[in-house]
Design a protein. Structure first.
Length: 93
């Protein structure tokens, strides 16, 4: 992954994480955009799974399944961001 792509993806994932905390409905479209940006990289499955979760009905609700779904989505975004950062730090192009 090129450093510029990595930086862009990490910034997007940070914005998504904040949108999830605020329960901002823009998180879904941002996740879809990040999933497209991650195509072909090791973190693609994590981000596409997070995007699929965000499309779930009632994702922004207050019930326990919706809260758990958001937390899992947030964890996937955080793990993907850390993996991208680690890849760059250990010598990604």
């Amino acid at each position: 992954m090129r450093r510029t792509d990595a930086l862009r993806l990490v910034a997007a994932l940070g914005a998504i994480e904040m949108a999830l905390v605020r329960r901002d409905e823009v998180a879904g479209p941002l996740l879809a955009q990040a999933a497209r940006a991650a195509r072909g990289y090791q973190v693609e499955p994590w981000i596409t799974t997070a995007a699929a979760l965000a499309r779930s009905a009632g994702f922004f609700g207050d019930d326990p399944p919706a809260v758990a779904c958001r937390k899992v989505t947030q964890a996937l975004c955080r793990a993907a961001a850390q993996a991208v950062q680690a890849d760059v730090l250990v010598g990604g192009s």
